[in-house]
Design a protein around this ligand. Structure first.
Ligand code: ARG
Length: 470
């Protein structure tokens, strides 16, 4: 059967594939309310891929003949081209992506097109399409996370010696190096990739063959279809295969965590860019000005990352809620899985892409970081540790240092700026080797174990991370 070159012509209004059963057409409002084609057309490539594998299996199992298969392959090939070049006419009255493609196929090749749907249902078809779509999306997202991790490593590598205050309760706590701080985000993203890879295993199972809910009486070969589509295996229960969307929920949970991590980093970038901190500046291309305050440079991109995290978290809750009261097996509720899922993928993809670029445009003000660490008595713990090493019990050392900090504070100076006699008022154990301990460099260098902030350890962590990524 030769495939026509013309695009698909509109079909008669309200003539659905199942319309023989019904005595009146649905209203326009109901049609619009129940249709999903405006958003699920995005699954078209995967729908065609799934249909081709299904048709080849049907022919191999002698359920359809070789001529039918040839016509189906030709017709689906043409439809794929029409969709790719934007010529395909999507019709709301055909409800969804599956029926639109099937109708067009039948218009192009006649009865063979009608035989494609043998031994399958839209229920196992849509579940297959989503899994194919999500598997490809997970693979893209993992490479985008890797790109962002590379950007983090490049920045961290430049700042293995850049001292900044480490915070707890957003108060200066102990000095750390900026590279160490950045590597914390590297670790978060490492776990995010692990979560996605783990989720991918459960996404990558084939629902086709479950048909509407109970399986099919045709002698199908599900393993063959699974293999052709690159699935690791088949879903083992037909009712489960068509109904659960736990794999999508799991993905959205992993996505919400990634956004949460990026939101935390965004919050820090925003704080650090505030002139009261002045730790960093972002490249102008990620910021905007104010229409009335000419001095403003607003960190819009990180603010939006923080804001969009709310929307991604919302999608997770939407999908959980969608699923929670559904009896087995397929229910139309599941059509509502797509928009939250698509938007999660889009938001996450754009965010990761923009972040990798934004990190290359971070300008670091090392001086401001250093001065902030000097101001907050960040080496007080080091003084306490020094006294403990000289024999004082930790609790007493803690109290001694608290007194010294109070004295320094009253005098408007940092601990390292006190003289030896001044320090000795608080403990006779203090000698002039104390000044090595009270410097920021001495403090960070002393935390010299795996996971610590000593520059040598941070460099080693970066080297290990690079090896992991390559
Ligand atoms: N558009 C539907 C969805 O997204 C496809 C499956 C419809 N199945 C059905 N029996 N109505 O879930």
């Amino acid at each position: 059967m030769a495939a026509s070159k013309k695009t698909n012509a509109p079909v008669e209004k309200n003539m659905n594939t199942w319309s023989g059963r019904f005595s009146e057409p649905v209203s326009e409002l109901v049609q619009r309310y129940t249709a999903s084609v405006s958003f699920d057309r995005r699954l078209a490539e995967y729908d065609i891929q799934g249909s081709l594998a299904h048709a080849r299996m049907l022919a191999a199992a002698n359920i359809i003949d070789a001529d039918d298969l040839a016509a189906i392959q030709l017709g689906l090939g043409q439809i794929r081209e029409e969709i790719r070049c934007g010529e395909f006419v999507w019709l709301l009255e055909l409800e969804d992506v599956h029926l639109n493609i099937e109708k067009r196929l039948t218009a192009l090749i006649g009865d063979a097109g009608k035989r494609l749907h043998t031994a399958r249902s839209r229920n196992d078809q849509v579940a297959t399409d989503i899994r194919l779509y999500l598997r490809a999306s997970i693979d893209d997202i993992i490479s985008l996370i890797h790109a962002m991790q590379h950007a983090l490593l490049d920045l961290a590598e430049k700042h293995t010696d850049t001292v900044m205050p480490g915070f707890t309760h957003l108060q200066v706590a102990q000095p750390v190096v900026f590279g160490h701080h950045l590597m914390a985000y590297f670790e978060m993203l490492r776990r995010d990739v692990e979560r996605l890879s783990d989720c991918r295993k459960r996404v990558n199972r084939l629902p086709l063959g479950a048909a509407a809910l109970a399986g099919t009486s045709y002698p199908i070969n599900r393993d063959r279809v699974a293999q052709e589509l690159g699935f690791d295996g088949v879903c083992e229960n037909s009712l489960d295969a068509v109904s659960d969307r736990d794999f999508a929920i799991e993905f959205c949970a992993a996505a919400a965590l990634i956004m949460t991590h990026l939101s935390r980093l965004s919050e820090e970038l925003i704080l650090w860019m505030n002139p009261s901190f002045g730790f960093i500046d972002l490249a102008d291309r990620f910021c905007t000005g104010s229409s009335i305050m000419p001095q403003k440079k607003n960190p819009d991109v990180p603010e939006l990352v923080r804001g969009k995290t709310g929307r991604v978290n919302g999608h997770l809750v939407a999908l959980l809620t969608l699923m929670k009261a559904q009896p087995l097996a397929y229910n139309k509720d599941n059509q509502e899985d797509k928009e939250p899922l698509f938007d999660t993928v889009d938001t996450l993809t754009d965010t990761l892409r923009i972040y990798a670029d934004m990190l290359t445009g971070v300008h670091v003000n090392q001086d401001a970081m250093y001065k902030a660490a000097m101001r907050g008595y960040a080496t007080a713990t080091d003084l306490a540790d020094y006294l403990v090493k000289k024999g004082l019990p930790f609790r007493e050392a803690h109290e001694t240092v608290a007194q010294a900090v109070r004295f320094a504070d009253n005098n408007g100076r940092d601990l390292g700026a006190l003289t030896l006699p001044e320090l000795q008022q608080f403990s006779p154990l203090i000698e002039d080797d104390i000044f090595a301990v009270l410097t920021l460099e001495g403090s960070v260098n002393s935390r010299n174990h795996i996971g610590g902030t000593a520059p040598a350890q941070v460099s080693a962590a970066i080297a290990r991370a690079r090896k992991c990524l390559s």
